[in-house]
Design a protein around this ligand. Structure first.
Ligand code: HEC
Ligand code: HEC
Length: 210
């Protein structure tokens, strides 16, 4: 499994090759094609190298994006572009996107298959976390089967490590949401409970595709 840095290197090299090619075209008196002219599918190649071609990420702390709610993805990409949500990689990846690009990418990701839930969740831990999720109303916003809706993300089948990391970041306010909802929701939730919730959601399979 390639590490994030290895992938960055790979795309860094790709970027250089791209520029070299554009320079050759200019030297030959041809106009370089605009960067955005590439098909959406080509432009998604580096994204999916990290996030998973089938919508399912195989890389640590990197979220699966398949069947994610497009309104949610759009807001997150906007926040990455404007550096309102901080992630070195994602701030860089989103920086040259136009608003139309953000929409195209969000719709593309929404059409990928939803991620497969992790198998064999321990029944007692799943039950404990389900009670907690109901008590904290996670299911009333994120949908009963955690498939999400509108600007509220799908959580079912998401990677456990990413879920735990991002929940901790909301709680300590290092991840900014488009509003303060998630930080507020998590204030009474302990770190051990966050671990249980992440485990539960990663092992949960949603019924609906979208
Ligand atoms: C080198 C690996 C890498 C590449 C390339 C990459 N991403 Fe990401 N992406 C990440 C990581 C890591 C995160 C999680 C950031 C965090 O922890 O907040 C992320 C987060 C995201 C999120 C937020 C998901 C959520 O559930 O909140 C979206 C949307 C996203 N990336 C889309 C893209 C798109 C579109 C591209 C291509 C233009 C792309 N990514 C390229 C690693 C990558
Ligand atoms: C009042 C509605 C509401 C409730 C209750 C709620 N959420 Fe959320 N949740 C949201 C919204 C809106 C977002 C997107 C926030 C943003 O812009 O970052 C979100 C984002 C998230 C994310 C980020 C997903 C990703 O892909 O990065 C996770 C994880 C999450 N919620 C888990 C939970 C859990 C666990 C609970 C219960 C303890 C919960 N939520 C309760 C509305 C809610």
């Amino acid at each position: 499994m390639p590490s994030q840095l290895e992938l960055m290197d790979r795309w860094g090299i790709r970027g250089l090759l791209g520029h070299g090619w554009a320079a050759l075209m200019l030297a030959a008196g041809l106009a370089a094609p605009p960067v955005m002219a590439a098909s959406t599918q080509e432009r998604m190649v580096p994204c999916l190298a990290c996030h998973g071609e089938t919508g399912q990420s195989r890389i640590e702390n990197t979220p699966s994006l398949g069947a994610q709610q497009p309104a949610y993805t759009l807001i997150q990409l906007f926040m990455f572009r404007e550096k309102l949500r901080k992630s070195e990689i994602m701030n860089q990846m989103a920086k040259d996107f136009t608003d139309d690009d953000l929409r195209t990418v969000s719709d593309y990701l929404a059409a990928l298959p939803k991620p497969q839930a992790a198998e064999n969740g321990a029944i007692d831990r799943m039950q404990r976390a389900q009670v907690l999720a109901q008590k904290e109303h996670c299911n009333s916003c994120h949908n009963a089967d955690f498939s999400g809706r509108d600007n509220i993300p799908r959580l079912a089948g998401q990677r456990e490590d990413y879920l735990a990391k991002t929940l901790r970041e909301y709680k300590n306010n290092t991840r900014a949401g488009y509003d303060g909802t998630m930080s507020e929701v998590l204030q009474p939730v302990t770190d051990a409970e966050i671990a249980d919730l992440a485990y539960y959601l990663a092992h949960l399979s949603s019924k609906s595709e979208h």
